[in-house]
Write a protein that binds this ligand. Structure first.
Ligand SMILES: [Zn+2]
Length: 286
């Protein structure tokens, strides 16, 4: 039934969700089913309410029109509507609602269908993994999307700021430069992940995340630690950039690395398998 204009937001959301999943579900009618006669789409994948103008039966259930497994329809119903309903098979006891593509649906199926119109974001796992911390994840999400207020963006909007990178002073500040073309940020990245020196060209942020995702020997927890560490690095580089620009306070790479390691330890020490992680990632947790 369409929600009343005065209905609560929750009920309107409930009705909207039901309408959205309608193509993915099917109904089965049995003699005792509690589907709404008018408003549930059990009749040839549609609602009886769409076939008739009067809705005097809006309070009745489908089971009210079944007797001894046969349809007993009111004489007031138009002939074609009666014919359509009569063609609906009445089965024995059982569920009335089925997820069309799967006999054992779970919330995962519902979620995939409900959000199927949204664009796939394969990098979400780099940010919103099991061990994320909102403070670091939100800044990293903005960095991946290119939404931090870097000098090149501000200048393109007509805002007057110093164009140079606050770390090396020799390049235009941009997302790709700060993460991680810049000598300063790349030095910190390789201090945390020594293998990164093997990149032929300096990686950008997405390439760094992608790299960890492809290391075969890493477990899911190992990868999450890498993703988390990168997020902490992104956040503290951004803070350092702001401190330098706004307060004129500078930290050298060693000091900044110490702050980053403390922040990582403060969170990771509560993870399961901390001791195992410490063995693998000694340069971060040692
Ligand atoms: Zn730089």
């Amino acid at each position: 039934m369409p929600p009343h204009t005065a209905a609560s937001k929750l009920w309107k959301l409930f009705c909207k969700t039901a309408a959205t999943i309608k193509p993915a579900v099917s109904f089965s009618v049995h003699h005792n089913c509690n589907l709404s006669f008018l408003w549930d789409p059990w009749c040839n994948m549609g609602m009886v309410a769409d076939l008739i103008e009067a809705n005097r039966n809006s309070h009745l259930w489908v089971k009210d029109f079944i007797s001894h497994s046969r349809w007993v329809l009111p004489v007031s119903l138009p002939g074609p509507v009666k014919d359509t309903i009569s063609k609906t098979v009445i089965v024995g006891e059982g569920p009335v609602l089925f997820w069309s593509s799967c006999p054992n649906p779970s919330n995962k199926f519902f979620s995939a269908f409900y959000h199927s119109n949204l664009k796939s974001v394969p990098w979400f796992k780099f940010i919103w993994h099991k061990g994320f911390a909102l403070r670091y994840a939100s800044y990293t999400w903005m960095a991946v999307k290119g939404k931090l207020k870097m000098a090149d963006i501000l200048i393109s909007r007509g805002i007057v700021v110093a164009p140079s990178c606050s770390f090396c002073l020799g390049n235009i500040e941009s997302h790709s430069h700060v993460y991680f073309e810049c000598d300063f940020s790349f030095l910190l990245l390789t201090a945390l992940f020594p293998d990164m020196v093997n990149f032929y060209l300096r990686p950008n942020l997405t390439q760094v995340f992608d790299h960890f995702g492809t290391v075969r020997k890493y477990t899911k927890t190992d990868k999450n630690l890498c993703y988390f560490t990168v997020a902490v690095l992104v956040y503290y580089l951004w803070r350092e950039r702001n401190n330098r620009r706004v307060s004129g306070v500078w930290r050298n790479p060693d000091e900044l690395k110490r702050v980053i390691l403390q922040a990582i330890y403060a969170k990771i020490r509560n993870w399961n398998h901390y001791d195992m992680l410490k063995e693998i990632f000694g340069q971060i947790l040692g």
